[in-house]
Design a protein around this ligand. Sequence first.
Ligand code: HXC
Ligand code: NAP
Length: 293
Amino acid sequence: MGYNQPMLRDNALEGQVIIITGGGSGLGKAMTTYFLELGARTVITSRNLEKLQKTAEELEKSTGGEVLPLACDVRHYDQVEAMLKSTLDKFGKVDALVNNAAGNFISPTERLSANAFDTIIDIVLKGSKNCTLALGKHWIDIKQEKSTVLNIVTTYAWTGSAYVVPSATAKAGVLAMTRSLAVEWAKYGIRTNAIAPGPFPTKGAWDRLLPGDLKEEFDMKKKIPLGRVGEHQELANLAAYLVSDFSAFVNGEVITIDGGEWLKGAGEFNMLEKIPEQMWDMLEMMIRSKKDK
Ligand code: HXC
Ligand code: NAP
């Protein structure tokens, strides 16, 4: 079995209804596909209904599952409430919310207008807050026994990152929300977790983060100790586990899936990897020769 194979047993998500924001493209689409293959019914949302309808049609055909495409700009609470209502009208319940929708682009921060900064904060932080609040209120109101919120952040939620400052600021907020609600809402049976992916090539991200020749100039694989980028099925496997009952005791966790990338950037002496094998004998001799001098 390879790492890009489906991981969970058949029907692991049977009976579940899962909302995936930004589910019409990229990683959201990959997670939706796998949730469907595992027997869930899904709701995919974003601003572009046409794109969602196309994805829904494609996935219904390929998986035999049921997909409800709904236009919903997560920045607006009234649209999120309407999206929840349409979901309940169609499926009668919701078991899990995946806050996956995001906006991002590279830019020196001083070049950003106030509105550009706000736009990213509004999609990522306010959007995740809007969906979480609407769903949380609903689950608490109806005394649903168990439910799950899964937030897609990234590793710079805790390290920060230059040139994507609004996204880093917003993802850090989502991470804080994850850990806070994991404690506060556990008494209502709501588990809250997060995934922090490293690079998983998608059109949405790569067009905005590595435009033009940057893809070749900054080869992401070189930053990653495992020497490769992530495959969509790997992320889908982890997401499916975290919304499934198999992870019933996992709460408030953020799981990094980045091949060791952020730690490579963080470790003080990680640059010593560049030292050729044959140089280590000489270095060891030099170090030992200093003993007791
Ligand atoms: C500077 C920019 C800009 C740019 C837009 N703006 N692009 N400023 N450099 N490249 C400014 C605009 O001029 C405007 O400010 C403000 O931002 C809002 O732009 P709009 O185009 O009006 O906004 P909107 O149509 O809502 O589009 C949002 C968007 C767009 C974020 C700008 O890129 C988008 O739709 N993105 C959605 C998908 C996405 O980003 N996916 C990637 C996620 S990747 P003014 O002042 O002029 O009004 C990700 C990965 C993280 O998160 C980790 C990777 C390892
Ligand atoms: P993507 O395909 O661009 O996904 C972003 C999605 O968000 C799109 O479907 C977009 O759809 C939707 N969206 C944007 N603004 C929205 C809004 N206001 N309301 C509702 N939906 C909105 O990029 P991706 O790479 O798959 O990213 C998915 C998630 O993974 C994001 O949270 C991202 O931060 C995270 N992530 C990705 C990587 C990576 O390497 N790809 C790494 C770390 C984290 P519309 O444009 O149709 O609205």
